[in-house]
Design a protein around this ligand. Structure first.
Ligand code: NAP
Ligand code: HSE
Length: 591
């Protein structure tokens, strides 16, 4: 059964048999095998140090959640290339030594492995490749070579098997099997070249500025204006150090437009054949964010939002402001009064309270004030998803709740994609990370109490874990998915099997939440399935969740990912935040 990063109607086209002959620059055998692939490039201005890897993973997550596979091209962490060069020179190697590029290219390989780890942490299925595995073939001087072909077997295989392939920029291999470098800023060139080989019309270079300006935005010489569309010549004239000139030339030759964008922003400069006069850009004022809850999820959000200059955390709502937290934050941010939080006039509320009733009341109060909301709280949203959606619309506010179902796996998005393609007949899913984790442990012979304790320590379980064990957590998620699928929710009385302390099983069991429209009536349940025959569900390990949506026309859509835990869930809320901000910018006329 087809399943992939997000919603797939059909299995990905099988990749052509591995043919390791170098691909000449004009031919693109990878192209046919690249449906919905995006090439993103992250330079040292973004990957300043290892602490920035989660922000890169965040950007990647947004694309995967939108149904794309990602090839992420990375530069070395800031300063690494110079440090490696200096180390080699200290041994007496001169600048033009043939062995130097292989040593220097390790900076990019290390960054690629690091970003792959950051992707895995949030539940993305990622793989990193080395320079030799990537197989860009280059000609010319070893430190300023030019790409001419691709040994694409490893990239093809990685792309067919994983959601995300992280590759080192800058490094290539020549016909003498030596590592060569593509010149300073060469990761831009790697990205443009790979996009061309994949048959893509665009590549996205993620920078520390949101596009190409008519003058250096950091200089004091008048008000800089940003291009929305810049010609190749504009880019050569104003791009300066922003985009490597060889990359601009290759983009022009191969017909690959170059997007110059900042992290988390949809708007960008598109460098290509068209040009338009530069204009005003999005104001840089940080988004004022209120956080509700500072436990597993709220704490993750606080840790990610506090140091990010795009946001200003204005307050954190908790029950006990004096309680010690596992995230470093100014004590003055914490408060326990809902109205006081909203009086801080946030633009956006991220809601991660453990109580359904309190969460619901807070979300309503925020929406009534026109504050956008991203919530992880399924018990709050599932009380009345239609009413909350109407309230948001009436107050010109936005409401998102992807993290409320499936943690980091994009279930809401998958259902929406399926529904957009035609009527939905039903769905079934593993929806609870705690129960799946425990069933796995019990199958391996663990004691019930130990399995539950481990799920709580890992941050998977609800504050009151009976909600997980008795199926109420999954039932709330079934309701939310049903709302997305059918525009209505099943009643509160849906039957739920309980995972009890005397649970016995001979073989794998999964908790399956399901809903189907039968004769105009929703039939929903949460059952412990002892008779598993679906490999998507039976293969799920630990806290992983998965969803299958059945279209009336027989098509099946699916997704999987980490269903619980601090980082996958935080990422999902942050992706909602990014979507909300993009929608707000679009409404203001910024694109
Ligand atoms: P948690 O660790 O128990 O944290 C809950 C937080 O909510 C605490 O900081 C608590 O304050 C605060 N809180 C609860 N009721 C409150 C009230 N009436 N007023 C003010 N503060 C209140 O819970 P969590 O695991 O982060 O989960 C948060 C939400 O995300 C839940 O709705 C959960 O279902 C959902 N979710 C969780 C995960 C996950 O993997 N954990 C995944 C997806 C969705 P104090 O700290 O002062 O007690
Ligand atoms: N307690 C929930 C679970 C958290 O284990 O799935 C994610 O919603």
């Amino acid at each position: 059964m087809p399943h992939s990063n997000l919603a797939l109607v059909e299995p990905l086209k099988p990749l052509e048999a591995a043919d390791d002959a170098p691909v000449q620059a004009v031919a693109s055998p990878l192209a046919a095998a690249a449906p919905d692939v995006v090439v993103l490039k992250f330079g040292s201005s973004i990957l300043r140090d290892a602490a920035q890897a989660p922000a890169v993973a965040s950007e990647v997550y947004g694309h995967v959640r939108a149904g794309r596979k990602v090839v992420a091209v990375v530069s070395a962490l800031a300063g690494q290339t110079d440090a490696l060069l200096a180390e080699a020179r200290d041994l007496g190697l001169d600048h033009s030594n043939d062995l130097l590029p292989a040593y220097v290219a390790q900076g990019e390989e290390r960054a690629a492995a690091l970003v792959a780890i950051a992707c895995d942490r949030i539940g993305l299925d990622a793989k990193s490749l080395s320079v030799r595995e990537l197989g860009v073939v280059a000609e010319g001087p070893l430190e300023h070579a030019h790409p001419v072909g691709l040994h694409g077997a490893h990239l093809r295989k990685a792309l067919s098997e994983h959601q995300v392939v992280v590759v080192p920029g800058f490094g290539a291999v020549n016909d003498r099997d030596q590592v060569a470098l593509l010149g300073r800023g060469g990761s831009d060139l790697t990205a443009v070249f790979l996009a061309a080989e994949l048959g893509l019309k665009r590549v996205r270079l993620v920078k520390d500025v949101d596009g190409l300006y008519d003058r250096d935005p950091a200089s004091n010489s008048g008000r800089p204006l940003r291009y929305r569309q810049a010609s190749w010549d504009d880019a050569r004239r104003h791009g300066g150090a922003l985009v490597q000139h060889d990359a601009i030339d290759l983009g022009e030759q191969r017909g690959v437009e170059i997007e110059v964008a900042a992290l988390g922003r949809a708007d960008c400069t598109v460098v290509g054949h068209h040009s338009a006069p530069p204009g005003r850009s999005i104001p840089d004022a940080p988004v004022r964010v209120a956080i509700a809850g500072c436990g597993v999820v709220g704490g993750g959000l606080l840790a990610r939002l506090l140091p990010d200059s795009r946001y200003e955390v204005v307050g954190v709502l908790v029950r006990d402001p004096k309680k010690p937290r596992d995230v470093d934050a100014p004590a003055g941010l914490f408060l326990s009064d809902r109205e006081a939080l909203l009086d801080l006039k946030p633009d956006l509320l991220v809601e991660a309270l453990s109580e359904g009733g309190a969460g619901h009341d807070l979300i309503r109060a925020a929406l009534e004030r026109g504050v956008d909301v991203a919530s992880a709280n399924k018990q709050a949203i599932s009380r009345d998803p239609g009413g909350l959606a109407r309230l948001a619309e009436a107050n010109n506010a936005r409401l998102a709740y992807s993290a409320a179902v499936g943690g980091g796996s994009p279930m809401i998005e998958t259902l929406r994609a399926a529904r957009a393609a035609g009527p939905v007949a039903g769905f079934e899913a593993v929806l609870n990370g705690t129960v799946n984790f425990m069933l796995d442990r019990l199958d391996q012979g663990a004691e019930f109490a130990d399995a539950l304790a481990d799920a709580r320590v890992a941050g998977f379980a609800e504050e009151d874990p009976s909600s997980d064990l008795e199926g109420r957590d999954s039932a709330a998620k079934v309701k939310l998915l049903a709302f997305e699928a059918f525009g209505e929710t099943p009643g509160d009385d849906l039957p739920c099997d309980v995972l009890a302390a005397d649970f016995q099983a001979d073989g794998p069991v999964r908790q399956i939440g399901a809903c189907r429209l039968e004769d105009g009536v929703l039939q929903a349940s949460v059952k412990l399935d002892r008779d598993l025959d679906d490999p998507l569900f039976s293969a799920l390990k630990g806290e992983r969740n998965a969803l299958k949506v059945y279209g009336e026309d027989g098509r099946v859509w699916s997704c999987k990912g980490r269903g619980a835990g601090r980082w996958p869930t935080t990422e999902s809320v942050l992706a909602d935040v990014a979507d909300i901000i993009r929608a707000r910018h679009a409404a203001l006329g910024y694109h």
